[in-house]
Design a protein around this ligand. Sequence first.
Ligand SMILES: [Zn+2]
Length: 266
Amino acid sequence: MAILLRRRDFAPLHTSCAHPACQRELTGGAWFLDHDGDVRTFHTICAQETMGYPSFQEQRRHVPDLTTHDHSHRDVDAMDVIVSEGDEAPCTKSMGERRRQNALNYLALRCSTLAELPHIHPVVGADASLHEIHGSYVTRGSLIAGEISTVLDIEGTAQQASPLLARNNLMNVYTAYYQLKCKRRDIAFHRIDAMACPLPNPVAQEKRVAMLDASLSFMDSISRQLLRKLCLTPKQLFRLNLSLPVDAFPPRMVYASRSWGRGLAM
Ligand SMILES: [Zn+2]
């Protein structure tokens, strides 16, 4: 049976690699493989072994990679990064390949991955032309040249309407959302520990749990705000200490976010 590569994306939290000989936990990016409708997540090496190297290398040219703005897991799975870049590092990609990758990523963000998150601003998933192309892509498994141009044209128009809808900004939003989920998971673990091993002083224990509960609420609130406004303020970025590209959420994004709604009749 054919195994189809669907995308490179953030692995759901607490997920292990589906390769029977591996089964290590996945952190950060993972490859999503579809085996007769059963989609599972793999490390790069494990995906290559499962699909066969030539098939993996061919198919990866035609799938989105939504993990490239995440700078927090590079050292954890260094082997993944090396193999994933392989003999064709991003900087050596031809213009045509870069255009295809950009179109694939933009389609995925606006038609499935980011667009389907709860609390996301509805404008993200509101472009009917993109959905039509996305439907053809899902059926065919690749984009034709005309579709790539149309997607990039739509991105250009959307970006003019608001920089919040630029591909780079949507990638930053998607990445920040994932990193916030990881941070929330860590706080939830601390809370479990705090309940399992309470402090001897009941007042101190109560304060400690209340602080952790407040942190959990803060993370939930920031995540909702991020998806609604498609932006974080410099103050929030500093406080959260996320690992994003250095130019993520510049002041012009914050300004655009404050005037959100005006000029976005899309
Ligand atoms: Zn693995």
